[in-house]
Design a protein around this ligand. Structure first.
Ligand code: FAD
Length: 213
């Protein structure tokens, strides 16, 4: 659904110009420096790209699926590594909190995801668990008022840079079924829990996600 065609056309035009004039000319630098240039990151935040699909009440643009698809088609004209940086905050990094988080979690994190102040990651995949997510082995064992988390996550987009991680873990290691998952929300405490191993992240200008231990 497109709510206001004129407004969306303006947004798409702005993003199209940004892609042509700022992102495409910086593709080589992105590959060379293995990072999105800081001034480009600042411009992305300024344009609201970190909150495209986050509801307006949390400071996002609140785009509908169709509106977001139009924006995605413009962003898709340059290296996917640029989109990956703000993609998690709009998608897998924020949606779990919006759908299933407490009001306190939403108020605390979502506005900061929308502005890009914090970066998020979603940790489901493991070395031996991909499509069959129910076979994941990472455990979260209750110890008093906290959990001890143990495992390896692989292919985690924005893993090395993220501040906030949604982590899927098994609360009962003996139970191999799919009904014993817990979704934990973690703030990064580097390097204590998260030693992120960067593998060569830019292959043909694409962003290769990280392994987290
Ligand atoms: C660019 C990128 C970013 C990613 N970012 C994240 C992230 O941020 N967080 C995260 O948790 N994960 C992330 N992933 C991991 C991604 O979700 C997994 O790659 C995906 O779940 C598939 O798992 P796998 O690679 O282990 O493949 P597998 O599950 O081993 O599948 C291999 C092949 O077998 C096929 N297959 C598997 N099971 C069946 C079946 N039952 N029947 C028929 N065919 C089957 C699959 O279709 C596929 O072709 C990312 C992956 C990529 C490539």
């Amino acid at each position: 659904m497109i709510r206001d065609p004129e407004l969306i056309n303006q947004l798409v035009d702005t993003i199209s110009r940004f892609v042509r004039e700022r992102l495409i000319p910086n593709e080589a630098r992105l590959a060379e420096e293995d990072a999105v240039p800081p001034e480009i990151l600042a411009e992305m935040k300024e344009m609201g790209l970190f909150g495209l699909s986050i509801p307006e009440e949390y400071g996002g643009l609140g785009l509908t699926m169709e509106e977001e698809a139009l924006v995605a088609m413009e962003i898709g004209k340059t290296s996917p590594a640029f989109r990956s940086v703000f993609g998690t905050n709009n998608g897998i990094g924020a949606q779990g909190i919006l759908i299933d988080g407490t009001e306190e979690q939403k108020a605390k994190y979502v506005p900061r995801l929308a502005t890009g102040e914090i970066l998020s990651s979603f940790c489901l995949t493991e070395p031996d668990s991909g499509s069959d997510a129910a076979s994941l082995r990472t455990t979260a064992v209750r110890d008093g008022d906290h959990y001890i988390l143990n495992g390896t996550k692989r292919y985690i987009t924005n893993g090395p840079e993220a501040d906030l991680f949604t982590v899927m873990a098994r609360t009962d290691p003996e139970n191999k079924g799919a009904g014993v998952f817990l979704r934990l929300l973690l703030r990064a405490i580097r390097p204590a829990w998260c030693a992120a191993r960067r593998i060569t992240r830019w292959v043909r200008k694409e962003r290769i996600p990280a392994t987290l231990f």
